[in-house]
Ligand binder design. Structure first.
Ligand code: LMR
Length: 394
């Protein structure tokens, strides 16, 4: 049997991590994988997480199984964080999952169970692992226009035109905020048009919210999701606590579904739990419990929000600095969109050759599509990167 195994395609993001580690140069810049780093280049455990871990260690008196959907208090707290308190509470169903990736995988399995023939529309471009999971599960995938390579913003007209052609019952994957890999997000007006278009077509949104709090703030980042929940009968929402709680390796995620009514929501809940049972029985609990403690304790929650806000504003300041340095160094407006992007990523719109030159000559590691992780920079390295990019024209 094992002789039939073939090499698997390398993951473009994870293979970059390895290439960076293997590079012996000391002056090198890791702008690859989406992990937050502070001004000292560290990815610290957040203060509120440390405090919640201490409390959990003292108070937890059993490690026995939870429920198939995970602790219901986690689902409730995360549901409120994403949707706000009181929105569609009787239409919600949810399971804890191993990270946001686990949520995406379980969402695809849910669609496969409920409507196997549904075509799944994804933005062009999207997170490479979306495509990998869709391929592994044999889904019928189509792409809608999303990124305008001329302006560096969202191709609103192209996106709405493509979404106007989706068939009834198709699923449309949307990044709720901080689009990965481009950093270009729809504005409020475009979200309204997305909601109208999906409503007219009878399509089901599959929202990936992996960076809530990294863009314009916790509530603003969820505004698109909330609008769709107010307007449409059925939705799937995949959330990650990797970035905004810094819980990467603990694997904390949630798959939240919104049904048209409470009866259907009960059926959805049973289906979600069945999917967990088939995949791994009970989802991991430790990290999810930390999130529940933080969200349920006013002091810890305030401290978490403060720290998250300082991470967000640090990335925003770096963006603005980078856009300004690039404008100065290149004497052009070519990179101005960097300041308008949001979240951790920006697509720089460089050619493959330029990206390779940056790596070989300057030790700058970015994903092959020109995506950089803004949090991989600091005030000292921003001008170095800007000069390296400007020198590409020499
Ligand atoms: C990324 O896009 O870099 C992150 O979401 C990490 C990952 O798993 O790809």
């Amino acid at each position: 049997m094992f002789e039939n195994l073939k090499p698997q395609p390398a993951d473009s993001i994870l293979s970059l991590m390895k290439a960076f580690r293997d590079d012996p140069r000391t002056e090198k810049l890791d702008l690859g994988v989406g992990v937050y780093r502070d001004a000292d280049g560290r990815t610290p455990v957040m203060r509120a997480v440390k405090a919640a871990e201490r409390r959990l260690w003292e108070e937890q008196d059993t490690k026995s199984y939870t429920a198939l959907g995970g602790d219901p208090a986690f689902a409730a707290a995360m549901g409120d964080l994403i949707l706000g308190e009181g929105l569609a509470t009787d239409r919600r169903s949810a399971i804890a999952t191993p990270g946001g990736t686990g949520a995406v995988r379980q969402a695809i399995e849910f669609i496969r169970t409920a409507r196997p023939e549904a075509r799944i529309w994804v933005p062009d471009p999207t997170w490479p692992n979306h495509l990998s999971i869709l391929a592994a599960t044999g889904r019928d995938v189509a792409h809608y226009r999303y990124f305008d390579a001329e302006t560096g913003g969202v191709d609103d007209a192209g996106m709405i035109a493509d979404l106007s052609a989706v068939a009834k019952g198709d699923v449309v994957l949307l990044h709720a905020c901080c689009h990965n890999p481009t950093g270009a997000d729809p504005d409020a007006e475009t979200w309204k048009r997305i909601a109208e278009t999906l409503g007219e077509r009878g399509a089901v949104p599959l929202l990936d919210i992996a960076y809530q709090g990294f863009g314009d703030g916790l509530d603003t980042d969820a505004a698109g999701v909330r609008l769709l929940v107010q307007t449409l009968p059925e939705l799937l929402i995949c959330a990650s606590c990797s970035k905004n709680f810094g819980l990467y390796r603990e694997r904390v995620g949630l798959l939240l579904t919104i049904a048209r009514d409470a009866d259907t929501a009960r059926m959805a809940q049973a289906t979600l739990e069945h999917l967990n049972r088939q995949a791994y029985s009970f989802p991991p609990d430790h990290g999810a419990r930390l999130v529940t403690i933080i969200l349920g304790d006013p002091a810890l929650r305030a401290d978490w929000q403060d720290e998250l806000e300082s991470m967000r504003t640090r990335m925003l300041d770096l963006r603005r600095q980078l856009a300004a340095e690039l404008r100065r160094e290149t004497n052009s407006e070519r990179f101005d969109a960097v300041a308008d992007h949001r979240g951790m990523f920006t697509r720089l719109r460089l050619s493959e050759d330029e990206i390779a030159t940056l790596r070989e000559r300057h030790g700058v590691y970015m994903v092959g599509d020109g995506r950089i992780n803004i949090a991989g920079l600091d005030t000292r390295t921003v001008p170095i990167l800007a000069r390296a990019i400007a020198s590409l024209g020499d």
